[in-house]
Design a protein. Structure first.
Length: 149
């Protein structure tokens, strides 16, 4: 592949993966608060907490190396170096389910972004497909818990 194209392709997927990251999730949550969308903000905060706790528990008792292994020496580094499940995928899919609730356009848009984020995690060798799928399953489970309580 042409080095110029490869460079920009890598940059595209690296930038796209940020939509599943903490900062984007935080900005969307703050926007919900500023727009006085209290239910959405509460659900986003609750979903963040529940996915965090679930991933912390899973990664504490089940360790799986990332496709591109990361060195770790402390408990926190070990949790961060673990690839299963993908928290990026859990965050973006949960956000898609909460924000798109009742709006076909937003649901479709965020689902497409979630799929692209999932692929970006595989492309960047942060996760393999089972990590991404399990992150999606976690998001759906947390969504079910929060919306049906």
């Amino acid at each position: 592949m042409n080095p110029f194209i490869k460079k920009h392709q890598d940059a595209f997927w690296r930038d796209l993966t940020t939509f599943g990251g903490f900062l984007f999730y935080l900005l969307v949550t703050i926007l919900a608060v500023l727009l006085r969308e209290r239910e959405i903000a509460f659900n986003l905060i609750s979903g963040f907490g529940l996915t965090f706790l679930a991933i912390l528990l899973i990664r504490t008792f089940y360790y799986k190396d990332r496709p591109r292994k990361e060195e770790h020496h402390t408990f926190i580094q070990r949790i961060d170096a673990c690839s299963f499940p993908s928290w990026h995928m859990a965050r973006i899919l949960f956000m898609a389910l909460i924000i798109g609730k009742g709006t076909m356009f937003l649901t479709t848009f965020f689902m497409m972004v979630a799929l692209l984020v999932g692929y970006s995690r595989i492309y960047l060798k942060k996760h393999d497909w089972i990590d991404v799928v399990s992150g999606g399953v976690l998001a759906i489970a947390v969504y079910g818990v929060i919306t049906f309580m």
